[in-house]
Ligand binder design. Structure first.
Ligand code: NAD
Ligand code: TYD
Length: 352
């Protein structure tokens, strides 16, 4: 079995679902269920004895020690994090607590557990840390894409906290011999993404006839990867990655935010046409830029392709079509995540 942390969030829940559908071995899923964690994402696993959900904090050392002892996992896959840049700008504290201190506590317990293993269990154990391309900082329009050798230069409290956690993971390998793997991935999109992030926010605002807030000039560039491809890449790294190495994961889809938003609008125009031939794109509004907004991220995914033979299966065109269709087909999920705390966040962040 494996221990997944943050498996009720966007990528973690997609990973748990994919894992059980493919590898099929049991998963213990440790998640604090912050605003971003949602057990509805895992509703299809109800009654599945291979999935054991535990509500708790990765920083709770006694709980983590107990779970490791009781379940004897062969790997820990660490998704648990505070993940939203805008929230980190308004309130960095939780980011330091979970992403830095929480990861540290998880590493400490993983180290103690690994030290107590012997034989094949000791040799085969892995700690896979899921991280982001944002640790590398911002690129100019003509700079080469991030490689695993690019120096870290995080610019937001979020990316700084992820960078700190990556460094701790690295140090636990170098110093204590913990068999770690780190992945640094670009922007994900797909089912179950909380609608504070660009793509689901735009889909849901458009359907409600609300403004589509594009920060600054809308020309910031991100690389986009369909979430299932990210999960497949993580499985590949877990199975075949070289211990102590980091692997960049990307979609090869660099786009400006404006291009992404216009693509979403065009798909909605097709699926849910507005009266009189109006386009959802007419809802686009340029709003005040994000503080310290990184201009461009781009991933050189050559290493994972060369060493592990991984390439994404989905193009942006096919992935975004599936994603828009998923949000249209799941109004109950949308309803469940767009009440309460989320409404307060939107009011605080975007004003009226
Ligand atoms: P998310 O915010 O949707 O989910 C995070 C999950 O972690 C939630 O279920 C939350 O309840 C849980 N969690 C938060 N604090 C916790 C704690 N202290 N203990 C246990 N659980 C806790 O995030 P996501 O988009 O699914 O991202 C998952 C991971 O992937 C993060 O580490 C993030 O940095 C990384 N990542 C995300 C992207 C992206 O585009 N979303 C890209 C690259 C890397
Ligand atoms: P986001 O989904 O928050 O991911 P990240 O900041 O981790 O890349 O944002 C993606 C891009 O979209 C980023 O350049 C900021 C921009 N953006 C907007 O223009 N408007 C919005 O309302 C949001 C949430 C993001």
């Amino acid at each position: 079995m494996i221990l997944v942390t943050g498996g009720a969030g966007f990528i973690g829940s997609n990973f748990v679902l994919q894992w059980l559908a493919t590898e099929g071995t049991p998963v213990v899923n440790l998640d604090k269920l912050t605003y971003a964690g949602n057990l509805r994402n895992l509703a299809s696993l109800e009654g599945d004895p291979r999935h054991c959900f535990v509500r708790g904090d990765i920083g709770d050392r006694a709980l983590v020690a107990h779970l490791l002892e009781a379940h004897q996992p062969r790997a820990i896959v660490n998704f648990a994090a505070e993940s939203h840049v805008d929230r980190s700008i308004r309130g960095p504290e939780d980011f330091i607590q979970t992403n830095v201190v929480g990861t540290f506590h998880l590493l400490e317990e993983a180290r103690a557990y690994h030290a107590g293993l012997s034989g094949p269990a000791h040799a085969g154990f892995r700690f896979l840390h899921v991280s982001t391309d944002e640790v590398y900082g911002s690129l100019g329009a003509h700079d080469p894409a991030f490689t695993e050798a690019t120096a870290y230069a995080p610019n937001s409290p979020y990316s700084a906290s992820k960078a700190a956690s990556d460094h701790l993971v690295r140090a636990y390998h170098h110093t204590y011999g913990l068999p770690v793997l780190t992945t640094n991935c670009s922007n994900n999109y797909g089912p179950f993404q909380f609608p504070e992030k660009l793509i689901p926010l735009m889909i849901l605002n458009a359907l409600r006839g609300q403004a589509l807030p594009v920060y600054g000039d809308g020309l910031n560039v991100r690389d986009w990867l369909y979430v299932d491809d990210h999960c497949s890449a993580i499985r590949r790294v877990l199975a075949h990655g070289r211990v102590g190495e980091t692997y960049n994961i990307g979609g090869g889809n660099e786009m400006t935010n404006l291009e992404v938003v216009k693509t979403v609008c065009a798909l909605l125009d097709e699926a849910r046409p507005l009266p009189a031939g109006r386009s959802y794109a007419s809802l686009i509004q340029f709003v005040e830029d994000r503080a310290g907004h990184d201009r461009r991220y781009a991933i050189d995914a050559g290493k994972i392709e060369r060493e592990l033979g991984f390439r994404p299966a989905e193009s942006f065109e096919s992935g975004i079509r599936k994603t828009v269709a998923w949000y249209l087909d799941h109004p109950a999920w949308v309803e469940s995540v767009t009440s309460g705390e989320y409404v307060k966040w939107v009011a605080a962040h975007y004003g009226t």
